[in-house]
Design a protein around this ligand. Structure first.
Ligand code: ZN
Length: 342
């Protein structure tokens, strides 16, 4: 990409109130049938327009067609029973009622490929598509069939690879895998987490990214962050192996977080989507605050590999706040881009 510091978001963006109840995770749809399909497409057009208007360079669907970044993908797979729910602890942090794996998992048909084709038709800008990563999928389910997190992760990696190849064929430029679980289960990350992720990207020619964050700005995550002490060094566990992996881009959280910026040095050589927007507050960053975060990151990542982004998805925020944050992101990136070009 010729443009220095191309901006993007980590993933989800708020949905319009006519599509789903705003500022809520797992918010139920307000419409059904054909009306819902049309409404999702309209919301996708709208979120794309808002990104373009705010000056975002690498655009996305804002996850307008999904209720949740993990479960919506899983809903389309065979072998998972959504009626038969069990309560598990997600990321060792909060209890949730989740679907059960009751048989061999498989993908009978594409999940997001039609949505991606639709987005591709709407814009010539580079597009990024997010999928859940294998470990985070495993961690969002009760497994009564394989009874092995690793085995199930390899199965999901195969399925994700099928979907990713079709997304690539639909014209997606960057496929991103969301792996917040990489910040929690360090032994598993190094044993099989990164290996299953590499299985998911096998044979792809488009760029690939992994997004590792401290989660949405919901109470369970905010409470967890309070227990992490003054320095958050979680990235230190996974980064050395990610640096050696075939993943092209690492998306991470920096703004207002206690992650020591020098940890980015551990993935030197990778492109880095630096989170310069905090998604856990309604306070809109100033462009100068964004620029300050990017300048700090530039000590540890080459300018041609720095991609300004958000810490995480913004679906729990109001549309107005999200719009303001997108504008601040592109204005802050422009300040630093101009400095680099002068
Ligand atoms: Zn995230």
């Amino acid at each position: 990409m010729a443009l220095l510091l191309p901006t993007s978001t980590a993933g989800s963006l708020p949905k319009p109130s006519w599509l789903a109840e705003p500022e809520k995770l797992w918010s139920p749809w307000k419409l059904e049938g054909d009306e819902l399909i049309e409404a999702k497409q309209d919301a996708l057009r709208l979120t794309l327009q808002e990104q373009i208007h705010a000056g975002i360079d690498i655009v996305s669907d804002g996850e307008q067609t999904r209720q949740h970044f993990v479960t919506t993908f899983i809903e389309h797979l065979d072998g998972v029973d959504f009626e038969n729910r069990e309560t598990v602890k997600i990321r060792d942090r909060y209890e949730a009622s989740v679907p059960s794996v009751v048989g061999a998992v498989s993908r009978q048909k594409p999940v997001f490929v039609e949505d991606a084709k639709f987005l591709r038709q709407q814009t010539d800008q580079p597009i990024k598509w997010a999928l859940p990563g294998p470990m985070t999928m495993v961690d969002t389910l009760y497994d009564g069939h394989y009874k092995s997190r690793e085995k199930l992760a390899w199965e999901f990696a195969t399925i994700l690879n099928q979907e990713a190849r079709e997304l690539e064929a639909a014209g997606v430029d960057i496929i991103q895998f969301d792996e917040p679980a990489f910040n929690v289960f360090f032994d598993e990350v190094n044993d099989w987490g990164i290996a299953t992720l590499e299985r998911a990207i096998e044979g792809l020619k488009c760029e690939t990214a992994v997004h590792i964050c401290y989660g949405y700005g919901i109470k369970a995550n905010n409470d967890w962050k309070k227990t992490l002490g003054s320095e958050w060094r979680q990235y230190e566990e996974a980064f050395p192996k990610i640096q050696q992996s075939k993943i092209d881009i690492v998306s991470l959280e920096c703004q207002n977080s206690r992650v020591p910026m020098e940890l980015i040095e551990l993935i030197r050589g990778k492109k880095v989507m630096v989170g310069a927007i905090d998604v856990a507050t309604n306070t809109i960053e100033t462009p100068e605050e964004v620029a300050a975060t990017l300048r700090k990151a530039l000590q540890f990542v080459d300018a041609d590999k720095l991609y300004p982004s958000t810490n995480c998805g913004m679906t729990p925020l109001s549309r107005q706040v999200a719009r303001g944050k997108l504008k601040a992101l592109s204005a802050g990136a422009k300040i630093v881009r101009d400095e680099l070009n002068s």
